[in-house]
Design a protein around this ligand. Structure first.
Ligand code: C5P
Length: 229
């Protein structure tokens, strides 16, 4: 099984409100993008990493990869306007074109373990596409723009979906091409694969695999790292 990891690190982090994209900020001394890249670096099955970054950030990431020992990082591409465009740019690289499985991970998730990567990859090897998910602790309701509840969803059917997500390369490439042709967009890669009608299985995610979106998330991540010392 040849596996290439794609690191989606081309967001501008507007919701975060910092002067540079948040993935380039140090999280307790180590840049967030490097912490997320290490999740892929430390997974034995991942042979190479392709990262997508905002324009002007290639050199910085290259330098950090050397400094922090992310030796598997073999290519850095410039991402696009939306996450989907950034992943597609990475899919077009020769590294990915030679892979059997592609693992896509968000630079905003610094805590995914190598065990999670292996679990997702094994399921994708077997079923074609796999994503980690955890059951929500809260009740989830569908709400109209007016604020009125439309429906209360049955919680046992729901999962909060994380990255890394793994796919047979041909499925993911076909899903992105299909979405582009029809002008469809989605917030994760699995949704594009689902739109093509391919099955996606959910494996057990990790509660600690947080996505850092707001300054509040950042403080939680810092506290977790501090508690570990
Ligand atoms: O915007 P969102 O929170 O969904 O971003 C998830 C991940 O996708 C982040 O790691 C971000 O850097 C990445 N991204 C990207 N290219 C974009 C937008 C987001 O690679 N244009």
């Amino acid at each position: 099984m040849s596996v290439v990891g794609i690191l989606a690190a081309a967001g501008r982090g507007e919701r975060f409100g910092a002067h540079i994209p948040k993935q380039f900020l140090p999280l307790r001394g180590i840049p967030l993008v490097i912490r997320a890249a290490r999740c892929l670096q430390e997974a034995e099955a991942v042979a190479q990493i392709v990262a997508a970054v905002p324009p002007g950030y290639q050199e910085l990431l290259q330098r950090w990869a050397e400094e922090y020992g992310v030796q598997k990082l073999s290519r850095i591409v410039v991402g696009g306007e939306h996450r989907q465009d950034s992943v597609r740019a990475a899919l077009e690289t020769p590294e990915v074109q030679r892979a059997e499985l592609v693992l896509v991970h968000d630079a905003a998730r610094p805590f995914a373990t190598a065990a999670l990567v292996e679990r997702v990859l094994q399921a994708a090897q077997r079923h074609g596409a796999a994503v980690p998910g955890i059951p929500p602790a809260e009740t989830i309701k569908k709400v109209a723009p007016t604020g009125e509840v439309v429906q209360t969803l049955a919680r046992e059917w729901l999962r909060r979906i994380q990255t890394p997500q793994a796919f047979r390369r041909e499925w993911l490439v076909a899903a992105h091409a299909h979405a582009r042709r029809l002008g469809l967009s989605a917030t994760d890669d699995a949704a594009l694969v689902e739109l093509l009608g391919f099955p996606v299985v959910v494996v057990e995610g990790e509660p600690r695999n947080l996505k850092l979106t707001t300054p509040e998330d950042w403080r939680v991540a810092e506290a977790l790292l501090q508690a570990e010392q």
